[in-house]
Write a protein that binds this ligand. Structure first.
Ligand SMILES: [Fe+2]
Length: 555
């Protein structure tokens, strides 16, 4: 039998004033999993082991010997992965100690990681450098991006990830070992091996050794959400098959079970879930949001993380396509095949549980006293990207019928005045004095400032770009609908801010207020010592120097 291996390096989670959790994964249950730490590694913390419940591979996985569809896996196949978590306690604030982890397999053979460093939460006043990132999804430039972060900054103190870590969350290899070299953990741990070919030159990027030493706080993006569960349909199909809970409840009432727990589990399997994401990460928790939305104090920052993301439907208006604006013609008489538009996974509208929690959080002493008030969510309040249209609101279903009563069309409208982020959340954040709102989803870099001085930053041109809808490049929007869907610019009325140091220049010599590139990758750093947010770009086609192109100060 081969030597045991770790499926990931250890990484840090959930720091407190005197402790931090160390988490890692193996493909064996093993008999003992420990963290040893301290000057002589003479202190030991024993891990608790759990098994991931939904991780699978399928015909589209790129893992092991499978380099083409269905070479190894013909359909979804369970992949056994064990997660180990040990809490290292009794730490001294602002003091780093060395650690490594050891896993012992059932046959007695063991594997030990390299040596990394851990620390509890930084005390207030400690200057911190925090990486702001999002939308990795195994995209081509992620490994290059994170490698440059480490080359420029060495270690960061934390990573804030605004969601969309992988593409299909139940596909294990996307987290751990996609054989193209760009899985999530390898990129964030310096073990990626992702080849970029630009102008005939091949470069292999390794990512950066970041989260072995620094905790990561994440927000749920649409790519953390799996749809209806199946062992037959492909994993991508299931990802794309998130069904509103209300529709699941309604359609399947006939099968509903009496037992409340069984019923809940069954409803989850027939709608959507974030189980894999929640099983992988240990995050701060809120009541009632659990890990899905929460707030945490880290150094001088109060970070509030919201669960604000909806189902992504195709913008295409082709009648045969189930999209964000209409159901497919061929499915009109089959509501089980409807997509129900861009339905929202967790309510955020005024009066919802999440909204009430947010209001309470913004009124808390911890929030009010924090030097830096930062809110992170996946969905953009302001962006030039395509994903901001239609408005972030519950889809309004309109069923058009023929004279005989049969269905002619099922369409969805999204009234702009009911955009919950703009109508309900933004005014709340403004009046609470939030300095920075971080988000992603559109895969570009751009930023905005509200009239009162609240900053909005989307630093999601990490692995690739989906472009900026400005000038002649327009969002595909439906014609003849009641609502007007905005084709270019920020539909919510702000002008993008021109980068303050070195904006990119367009063909006419004009500076661009955004970066939307598949050659140039961007990362941003929040420096709590200076109170600045700086953005850096690296041109993978030129492999030139990293350029700091924008900087702004938090009020
Ligand atoms: Fe997204």
């Amino acid at each position: 039998m081969s030597e045991p291996q770790l499926l990931s390096d250890p990484f840090l989670q959930l720091p407190t004033e005197t402790s931090v959790r160390v988490v890692w994964f193996t493909e064996f249950a093993g008999t003992s999993h420990t963290v040893t730490y301290g000057a002589d590694f003479n202190q030991i913390a024993t891990a608790t082991t759990t098994k991931l419940s939904r991780t699978r591979e399928d015909q589209n996985s790129r893992v092991g010997n499978q380099t083409q569809n269905a070479e190894v896996y013909q359909q979804p196949t369970r992949r056994d992965i064990w997660r180990h978590e040990a809490e290292v306690r009794g730490l001294t604030p602002d003091t780093r100690v060395c650690y490594r982890v050891t896993s012992v397999r059932e046959d007695g053979k063991s594997v030990t990681s390299a040596v990394f460093s851990l620390a509890p939460k930084p005390t207030p006043g400690t200057p911190l450098k925090i990486l702001l990132t999002s939308d990795h999804q195994l995209m081509p430039m992620v490994a290059a991006n994170l490698q440059k972060v480490v080359e420029i900054f060495g270690r960061v103190d934390a990573v804030f990830h605004a969601g969309d870590l992988v593409n299909v969350p139940d596909r294990a290899s996307e987290w751990f070992d996609d054989n193209r070299g760009g899985a999530l953990f390898p990129c964030l741990q310096g073990h990626a091996s992702y080849e970029l070919e630009k102008n005939g030159v091949k470069t292999v990027y390794a990512g950066g050794e970041l989260i072995q030493h620094a905790p990561m706080f994440t927000a749920i993006g649409n790519h953390e959400v799996m749809g209806r569960f199946s062992m037959e349909n492909s994993l991508h199909h299931q990802f794309n098959d998130a069904f509103p809970r209300s529709a699941a409840q309604y359609i399947y009432t006939a099968y509903a079970k009496d037992d409340a727990i069984a019923r809940e589990a069954w409803l989850k399997d027939n709608s959507f879930n974030t189980d894999t994401y929640e099983e992988i990460f240990s995050l701060p928790q809120s009541t009632p949001g659990g890990k899905k939305y929460y707030a945490v104090t880290f150094g001088d920052i109060r970070l509030v993380i919201l669960y604000v993301t909806n189902f992504w439907g195709k913008p295409n208006l082709d009648a045969s396509i189930r999209g964000r604006y209409a159901e497919a013609e061929q499915d009109l008489n089959n509501p089980e095949k409807w997509g129900y538009g861009q339905h929202i996974f967790e309510p955020i509208a005024r009066g919802s549980e999440q909204y009430n929690w947010l209001e309470e959080e913004l009124n808390s002493q911890e929030f009010k006293q924090a030097k830096y008030k930062v809110v992170m969510l996946h969905h953009p309040p302001h962006t030039l990207g395509g994903n901001i249209v239609p408005a972030y609101t519950d889809p309004m279903q309109i069923i058009e019928r023929h004279a005989d009563g049969s269905i002619k069309a099922v369409r969805y409208e999204y009234p702009k005045q009911d955009d919950y982020i703009i109508r309900d959340v933004e005014p709340l954040l403004e009046s609470a004095g939030v300095q920075l709102v971080l988000f992603g989803h559109s895969h570009l870099w751009n930023r905005f400032i509200s009239p009162s001085g609240m900053h909005f930053l989307e630093t999601s041109n990490v692995g690739n770009s989906f472009g900026a809808d400005v000038g002649d490049r327009k969002r595909p929007v439906p014609i003849g609908y009641k609502e007007e869907y905005v084709e270019t610019g920020d539909p919510n009325g702000l002008e993008p801010v021109l980068p303050t140091i070195a904006p990119l220049i367009d063909e006419d010599g004009k500076p661009l207020p955004y970066v939307a590139s598949n050659d140039i990758t961007v990362f941003s750093i929040l420096d709590t010592g200076t109170g600045t947010v700086s953005s850096y770009r690296f041109d993978t086609a030129e492999a030139s120097e990293v350029v700091k192109f924008d900087e702004f100060k938090l009020r």
